[in-house]
Design a protein around this ligand. Structure first.
Ligand code: XMP
Length: 335
């Protein structure tokens, strides 16, 4: 158990000693690990760090803008944002198989990242937000989500760019990374956000991914998350929460929560007319390790409010369902 300011001082000195005057590239995803790594490395070497943020068009509502505001505006970190939505959507057109979609998103990600990084001809280091559990995991089998991380480094970067790896979080567990992030000045809500998969909304739109679907899903998902954050937690029988450390709201009381887009139309009524529109499913789970999970017993009033808001505010959706499947046999994501 270490003291945070001392830890930061030590980590900063170590990074400075390691990279000297060299330039460093980091792939910023908006996730906790790469964000904390960026903040720490920036603290150590300032403008010698350039972050590359690939926006694949499968991020959550306003997420790209939030990442840019936080790093570029507030922290003064050099960030290159690559808007690659069209490229990703183009390659995903007509593809319905989940693993195929993951492969394409991973491949294009590496492509875009390498192309952008290749322009930073003076870079000598590639920084990654690898944390201790990743180190252990990649020594073992590696789960389906790891492709993006592990392949960066061996992607198509130009021959002359022999980048060395800089992994300043390698010895830290997730809770330590979070504490470090807060100590470095990252917002609490960002650092304690639920996990979000690398392929993003690509695996939360069942079957073929389309921009139209992603736009509908983003709006529904944002409403769900907003209501979870705004609804105070109250104990409901069947909850698997830590009784000594009671959550403040339903966002904190769940381990992961999101909306899923179902490309199925059902009939509804609006005013005098009938509608024929898409469905979203809400998923909220509680888990310690994400290997098994319980569906969260959200209060009916909360579910009702979210459903009303989605149907009233998102034109194109007329039905909301709640997923009450545990893992196993269901997985947390629908794909
Ligand atoms: P499942 O759906 O397998 O998810 O129960 C377990 C955890 O892993 C996340 N997940 C992924 N993360 N790339 C990632 O980076 C992926 O392809 C991927 N698939 C699932 C999921 O969000 C949950 O936290």
């Amino acid at each position: 158990d270490w003291n945070m300011p001392d830890y930061i001082t030590e980590a900063v000195e170590k990074i400075r000693a390691q990279v000297g005057k060299d330039e460093v590239i980091l792939g910023l995803s908006g996730g906790v690990d790469s964000s904390v790594a960026a903040a720490l490395i920036h603290r150590a070497i300032g403008d010698q760090l350039t972050c590359v943020f690939v926006d694949h068009g499968l991020l959550r509502l306003n997420e790209g803008q939030m990442v840019m505001d936080m790093f570029s505006k507030n922290l003064g970190v050099k960030v290159i944002r690559v808007d690659a939505e069209d490229q990703f959507m183009g390659h995903l057109a007509g593809v319905t198989d989940p693993e195929q979609k993951r492969k394409i998103i991973g491949r294009e990600f590496v492509e875009v990242f390498d192309k952008e990084s290749g322009k930073l001809v003076n870079a000598k280091w590639l920084a990654q937000g690898t944390i201790y559990p990743d180190v252990i995991e990649s020594a073992g089998k590696g789960k389906k989500g790891q492709t993006i991380k592990s392949h960066h480094n061996v992607g198509g970067l130009p021959e002359h760019m022999k980048l060395s790896l800089l992994e300043p979080l390698r010895e830290l567990f997730k809770d330590e990374v979070r504490k470090l992030g807060v100590a470095l000045g990252l917002p609490h809500d960002m650092v304690y956000r639920h996990p979000f998969p690398g392929p993003g909304l690509g695996v939360r739109i069942l079957g073929e991914v389309k921009k139209e679907y992603a736009d509908l899903l983003r709006q529904a998902d944002a409403i769900f998350i907003e209501e979870l954050r705004n609804t105070p937690y109250e104990f409901v029988a069947g909850q698997a929460v830590d009784a000594d450390n009671l959550p403040k709201n339903w966002y904190e009381a769940t381990s992961q929560a999101f909306a899923v887009f179902l490309p199925v139309k059902s009939v509804g009524v609006m005013g005098d007319g009938r509608t024929y529109e898409y469905v979203v499913a809400l998923r909220a789970v509680q888990t310690q390790d994400f290997m098994t999970a319980h569906w969260a017993h959200l209060p009916h009033a909360l579910l009702g409010k979210v459903s009303n808001r989605i149907i009233n505010e998102v034109r194109g959706l007329n039905r909301v369902v709640y997923d009450i499947s545990g893992k196993p046999p269901a997985t947390i994501e629908w794909e």
